[in-house]
Design a protein around this ligand. Structure first.
Ligand code: G3I
Length: 479
């Protein structure tokens, strides 16, 4: 069984040198401790940059997520790229009001549960989107009286947050409550009309009580340019909330950019100024219209801006592939319609300090369990993870490596843990490490030869250091 992802943010990892020193200290300690138990594996390592978005972001102490559409979950390439590249999921539509409570007091969690279950089974985080929003709101809500609307809003928050309690790391409690343009006014939504300015505060207070461990975010678009009235209006609201103790933990910047609304040169200033109010900031729906190097540069710039702000805890792109984007003709995402990595992908990876894998194609493994090197009679393998034991401070994991339809003589895969987790021991494999100590590449230790369809396993101990997230597996490669 895989643990429910932790609901609070991980602290930032120390710098590269600090992480490396920490790992060395832990490795030495673990090696000494385990020598007595006779289970020592030499944890010497070679350095290599992470080769996925999530892996590279994890090395920077951030998550890298995507929105997903439940209707695409049957497509193997979609799932393969999702599982390989991302470590946080936002439901693109399935957790909105019209999906969850289409008629009064009749909740339907089945589609959203499928997404939540997938995230949990893969050890991914889950972002909650969104509880109170004027759009995708069923018509029955808009005809309620003031008192009815108040209790209905609070009931919706309680039921939905209750359903995903302990699973969602951050909830978009209120979405898009401000007008565009120069007014800085609140949007004239049904919530605003009936409940007045106080509805936002009330929603946050209800949300805190419903799931005290979830980070509570205000989420909006066109709040990227520090000089814009809407940015200032949201900033003033957050400052007011913080000064009065209204529970708010984070601000989401949707970051839907195009030529009319490009990434502003003061983006970093905006993120930093919000962070300085004492909230986390997250880039929550990133997509940038365009192509080629210009698009790549903008993606790189947004990623760099997040990395420059210590309270910018993660980035979510608004979809896996251009072909399923809500604005697909703008080709605004990191993978094209054939799941090829775009220059934009390389732009993000450059900023994250990862290796970009050089424009290779996405997954074709047809599975959700970690990836293969191919099909037919060529050497291939898949990997699956399960937690086998758990104690107060650590847990053991087992990875099963299974050969595909051809025999293999060698395999390798990666296991990525999230700081401050540390792998303290391994068995039945030969590990090597990247410079952060978070990404372990495992190769055979006398168990490299497998008949077609047969399997072996290796194991490891993770010192949780308060973080019980399941490790993430990379692709399995075989020869
Ligand atoms: O599922 C139905 C389908 O049964 C029906 O036949 C079809 C006909 O219109 O509609 C389908 O639902 C559509 C849904 O996407 C799923 O594809 C809705 O009409 C359509 O309105 C909905 O669009 C979503 C949009 O929010 C709604 O406002 C987009 O997918 C989604 O990407 C977009 O996401 C928003 C964020 O939530 C908030 N920030 C802006 C962002 C982009 O608009």
């Amino acid at each position: 069984m895989i643990d429910t992802p932790r609901t609070s943010h991980e602290p930032r990892t120390p710098g590269r040198r600090g992480r490396s020193a920490l790992r060395n200290a832990l490795v030495v300690g673990a090696t000494l401790a385990l020598a007595a138990a006779g289970t020592v594996t030499a944890l010497t390592g070679t350095a290599s940059a992470a080769s996925t978005l999530a892996g590279a972001a994890a090395e920077q102490g951030r998550y890298f997520g995507t929105a997903i559409a439940a209707g695409r979950m049957g497509e193997s390439d979609y799932m393969s790229v999702l599982n390989r590249e991302f470590d946080s999921i936002t439901a693109e539509n399935a957790m909105k009001w019209d999906a969850l409570q289409p008629s009064r007091n009749s909740f339907n969690f089945s589609t959203a549960d499928r997404i939540a279950n997938h995230a949990r089974s893969q050890g991914m985080k889950l972002r909650g989107h969104t509880l109170v929003w004027h759009s995708q709101l069923p018509s029955w809500v808009t005809s309620l009286s003031t008192n009815d609307l108040r209790s209905t809003m609070n009931n919706h928050i309680n039921r939905v947050m209750g359903q995903y309690k302990g699973q969602v790391h951050s909830w978009d409690v209120v979405n898009e409550a401000f007008e565009d343009g120069s007014s800085g006014a609140r949007r004239n939504s049904v919530f605003q009309q009936r409940l007045g300015n106080g509805f936002i505060e009330e929603a946050f207070r209800t949300a805190r009580a419903a799931d005290p461990d979830a980070k509570l975010c205000y989420n909006d678009y066109n709040t990227d340019n520090w000089n814009h009235a809407k940015t200032q209006a949201v900033y003033n609201m957050v400052r007011d909330f913080k000064s009065r103790g209204v529970p708010i933990d984070c601000v989401g910047f949707q970051a839907h950019f195009n030529s009319g609304n490009p990434v502003p040169s003061n983006y970093h200033t905006t993120l930093q100024n919000f962070a300085d109010l004492g909230v986390d900031v997250q880039i929550t729906e990133l997509d940038i219209a365009g192509s080629g190097s210009s698009q790549a540069e903008q993606f790189k710039g947004v990623t760099q801006a997040c990395l420059a702000v210590s309270r910018c805890t993660g980035i979510t792109v608004w979809g896996v592939t251009d072909k399923y984007s809500w604005r697909s003709s703008d080709t605004p995402l990191l993978f094209d319609g054939n799941y090829n990595k775009k220059p934009a992908y390389q732009g993000v990876m450059e900023a994250l300090g990862g290796s970009d894998g050089g424009g290779t194609t996405g997954g074709t493994d047809g599975g959700t369990d970690g990836g293969t090197t191919g099909g037919g009679d060529t050497a291939s393998c898949t990997v699956t993870y399960e937690q086998t034991e758990r104690w107060g401070d650590r847990f053991n994991g087992r990875v099963t490596v299974r050969a595909g339809s051809a025999p293999i003589t060698n395999w390798s895969t990666t296991v990525t843990v999230s700081s401050p987790q540390k792998i303290s021991a391994t068995w039945n494999g030969t590990p090597s490490w990247d410079s952060s100590g978070n990404v372990m590449t495992m190769r055979p230790s006398g168990n490299g030869t497998l008949a077609a369809g047969s399997s072996t396993s290796f194991g490891f101990t993770v010192m949780a250091n308060g973080n019980w997230n399941a490790p993430r597996l990379g692709s399995c490669t075989a020869s």
